[in-house]
Structure formats: structure tokens, C-alpha cells
Write a protein that binds this ligand. Structure first.
Ligand code: URP
Ligand code: ZN
Ligand code: ZN
Ligand code: ZN
Length: 467
């Protein structure tokens, strides 16, 4: 049985082009594009027509960094795969790549199986997995090869969180050497966690317990130092490197220098670093805890370097690092000791809109918006061109976006399972109207019309951004 949809009259925006075109969808895939009003477009016939006049027609967002139900600091990230992927769809994101976790002493396989069990049958949109490697040993290294073959092609390591996810330089080098052989991509949490833990202890001893000290002890220089070290370890191993959640201007400078040397190193930043700052961490009455994440928010004057990096392609991707904890009962675990505040912020629903606001504000172009939020994450993580673009053969993951609608971001109206918004009261121009996932309407004119279980696991090829 064939099912066809045609989207008429919108401005189709991809990383490469902007064209007024009608889009024909057949059996969940893009079948054809033709200039609106042309005989070819008029010949498109379908059971369902979506009028996109005056709207943008864009690829569904690809969020390459989320943590649904992630265990951390004695609690769990408050969005499940069900609530988190529904909220993602509301915000125009149609694919997430979440992080399965190897526990210390456990195998990669056990971690991956556990995350499959959490996600399967619950997601409204398609999803893939990266693997967090917390315990590098001979067995783990062999398992990396198997995971790459079955579509888990990227591995996160941590230079932070000693005793939890931390890997030392030798373990990092060995994993990078393995990735150089098997085509995997190492994703690095680049902060010098050993030094940070000393500063945490000293701050607490001085009675500095408020959330704002989280930002002070996790110094920009210690992000830059770790970024530099990760780059050089990757260079020695002959492996590409993707640095996650870059927030410090000094870290951007390390990436820029390495890229000028011709090294295959890439950087991701997140909306919280582009739009928020240490001013938020310093909010009184413990409200600053809402903004505790690692790497931490930086002073406002770091933002210009991040925007510049996004324009010059020293930074390639904006993901959310969505890792929500409720203020009530979860963030509050760290009252009187900032080091016990669960690390992470909500945002999977807000990314496409905040980046559209960046278009409105003149930081980036429309095509760059689609590139950093859809096309490049898809290529970086081996999902292109099935995901990340609108072209014949691609999955029909499509967003009808109203660039003129005004909205105010608020926890009152968002769909993430968390009791606050990091962007409460922020006015943005632009709003998701309709979202298709493989041709099926998940959001229809601002109503949820999807279902848990529509979203399927999506195995990935190796990084497509290298060639
Ligand atoms: O604070 C953060 N970023 N929490 C999520 C885990 C991570 O390091 O990405
Ligand atoms: Zn137009
Ligand atoms: Zn991290
Ligand atoms: Zn993360």
C-alpha cells in the first residue's frame, strides 16, 4: 500500500540550498522535489497535501547528544525515552543519538543492551546510540570493533569525573588507537577532572558551596588544557576527534589551531553556552543550580568566540546535551554543596528555535542553521543522507517551520518532563508547526499526533565528515 504526501509552496532549506519547491513523499521517503508551480510539481498527486505557503520546509533536527533516563549522582535524568523524544519532536527534532553507558567492571554489550531496553518501543522519533566507555581494557577494545560493525560507531570518553566515567591518558590513547583502526569516532569530555576535584575540595573547605562555585572551579583553562591534550593524543593515535560541549573560548582556540594544522578534529557546542552565562549560575536562592552542567556556563564574553567558531567552521555542530533534572528533589540534592548538584540541563525541545533566533539575530545564516543542527550531525555520526537533508531517497523527516510566529519559552508550555525551563520567559521568533517522521505526522499544526514506538533504532555508518 502506497501512501503519499505532498508539501506545497514552502521554502525548502537544506545545508546547501534554499528553493521554493513542492516536496513529494512516498512510503516514508522523499520521492521528488520540483519548483513550486512548475508542471512537474503540478503533476505530484497525493492522498494528503500540506500547505507550507509562507513557511520553511526543513529537515528534521538531528540532536547528536542527549541523555534520556541517565543515572547520575544517585538520581536519573527526568526525561524518559518516551517523554524526551516526544518533546524533541515538539521542537522539530526527528533523530536523537543518546549515550549508552558501560559501567565500570561491566562490558560495552551489557551497557548497550540496557539502553536498548530503555528505548525500544517508547520513542516517537528515530534514535541511535553512542557508547560511553568508562573502563578501557582488552575486552572493551575488542568490543569496540563489534559495536562499530553493528552501527554504534562513536565512543565517548571522559577526562573528567574521576572514579565515575574517567579515563586516564593511557586508556584514552588505547581507545583512540583502536578507533583509528576500526573507523570509530572518539567523542571527548575535555576537562581536567583530576585538577578540578582538587579545586572543588578547596572551595568547599573555604565554605564556597553555592552553585556559582561550580563555574569557578571548572576553569576555562582546564577545559582548554584537556582539549589540547585530547587533540595531541588523537594526533599520536592517528584518529579523528570530536570534542563535545565546548564552552570556553580558549578551547575553541585549541580546536582552531589544530584544524589550521590540518588535523581531523571537530567541536560541538550547545545552546546553553550560546545563550546563557555565569550570570545564571549566580542567580540567588539556589536558582543557579538550574544551570549546573559540565562543561559549565562561562562568562558572557565567551559567547562571541562560540558564534565565531560556528561561522568559521572551527565548531561544526550544535547539540543539546539534554540531561534534565528537576529543580525540586533533584537539583536540590546539592543544597549546601554544589558538587552534589546533578550535572545537566534540559533543552532538547528548544534547540531548533534558539538557533533560528540566532538566524534572526544575524549570528548565522539560514543554511548554516540547517547545517549545524541537521546535516553535519547526520554526517558526523553516519546517518547522512537518510537523515539531515531533504533530497530524493532521504527519510521524510521534515519540519514545517513558521519563521514569523512569536513564542515565549516557558516550563508552563514545554513538553520536557522537567519542572523548569533554562530559557524561561525568553521571546523567540519562529515556531515548529508540523513534524513528519518517515512521512508520518508526529506533530500536526501544533498537536501531538505521534505515538511511542513509531521511532526506531537507527544503526549508523562510520563518520562521513572526514571525506
Ligand atoms: O552536565 C552534563 N553535561 N551532564 C551530562 C553528562 C555529560 O558530561 O555530557
Ligand atoms: Zn520566500
Ligand atoms: Zn560530557
Ligand atoms: Zn552529555
Amino acid at each position: 500500500m502506497s501512501s503519499r504526501t505532498v508539501i506545497r509552496g514552502g521554502l525548502v532549506i537544506t545545508a546547501a540550498d534554499e528553493i521554493h519547491a513542492d516536496v513529494l513523499i512516498e512510503d516514508g521517503r522523499i520521492a521528488a522535489l520540483a519548483a513550486s508551480g512548475s508542471p512537474a510539481a503540478q503533476a505530484f498527486t497525493a492522498e494528503r497535501t500540506i500547505d507550507a505557503t509562507g513557511k520553511y520546509v526543513i529537515p528534521g533536527g538531528v540532536d547528536g547528544h542527549t541523555h534520556m533516563e541517565m543515572p547520575f549522582g544517585g538520581t536519573y535524568a527526568s526525561d524518559t525515552f518516551e517523554t524526551g523524544t516526544r518533546a524533541a519532536a515538539w521542537g522539530g527534532t526527528t533523530t536523537i543519538v543518546d549515550f549508552a553507558i558501560q559501567s565500570v567492571g561491566g562490558s560495552l554489550r551489557e551497557g548497550l543492551d540496557a539502553w536498548h531496553a530503555k528505548a525500544e518501543g517508547h520513542c516517537s522519533i528515530d534514535y541511535g546510540f553512542h557508547m560511553i566507555v568508562s573502563d578501557v581494557n582488552e575486552e572493551t577494545l575488542k568490543e569496540m570493533d563489534l559495536l562499530v560493525e553493528e552501527g554504534v560507531t562513536s565512543f565517548k570518553q571522559f577526562m573528567a569525573y574521576p572514579g565515575v566515567f574517567y579515563s586516564d591518558d593511557g586508556q584514552i590513547l588505547r581507545a583512540m588507537q583502536r578507533a583509528a583502526e576500526n573507523g570509530g569516532l572518539i567523542m571527548m569530555h575535555a576537562e581536567n577532572g583530576i585538577a578540578i576535584d582538587v579545586l572543588v575540595e578547596q572551595a568547599l573547605a573555604r565554605g564556597e558551596t553555592d552553585p556559582r562555585y561550580h563555574g569557578e572551579v571548572r576553569k576555562a583553562l582546564l577545559e582548554a588544557e584537556a582539549t589540547h591534550r585530547a587533540i595531541r593524543l588523537a594526533q599520536v593515535a592517528g584518529a579523528p576527534l570530536y570534542v563535545v560541549h565546548v564552552s570556553a573560548r580558549e578551547a575553541v582556540a585549541e580546536l582552531a589551531r589544530a584544524r589550521d594544522e590540518g588535523l581531523p578534529v571537530f567541536g560541538e557546542t550547545c545552546p546553553q553556552y550560546l545563550f546563557l552565562s555565569t550570570d545564571n549560575l549566580a542567580e540567588p536562592d539556589f536558582e543557579g543550580a538550574k544551570y549546573v552542567c559540565s562543561t559549565p556556563l562561562r562568562p558572557r564574553d565567551h559567547q562571541a568566540a562560540l558564534w565565531r567558531g560556528l561561522r568559521t567552521n572551527d565548531l561544526q555542530v550544535v547539540s543539546t546535551d539534554h540531561c534534565p533534572f528537576c529543580f525540586s528533589g533533584q537539583k536540590e540534592l546539592g543544597r549546601g554543596d554544589f558538587s552534589k548538584i546533578p550535572n545537566g540541563m534540559p533543552g532538547v525541545e528548544n534547540r531548533m528555535d534558539l538557533l533560528h533566533q540566532a538566524v534572526v539575530d544575524g549570528h548565522i545564516s539560514r543554511r548554516r542553521w540547517i547545517e549545524i543542527a541537521c546535516a553535519t550531525p547526520a554526517r558526523m555520526f553516519g546517518l547522512y543522507p537518510t537523515k539531515g537533508t531533504i533530497a530524493p531517497g532521504a527519510d521524510a523527516d521534515v519540519v514545517i517551520y513558521d519563521p514569523h510566529a512569536e513564542q515565549v519559552i516557558s516550563a508552563e508550555t514545554h513538553h520536557m518532563n522537567v519542572d523548569y525551563s533554562a530559557y524561561e520567559g525568553r521571546r523567540v521568533t519562529g515556531r515548529v508547526e508540523t513534524v513528519l517522521s518517515r512521512g508520518e505526522p508526529v506533530i500536526t499544526e501544533r498537536e501531538y499526533t505521534g505515538r511511542p514506538g513509531h521511532g526506531v533504532y537507527t544503526p549508523r555508518s562510520t563518520c562521513q565528515y572526514l571525506n
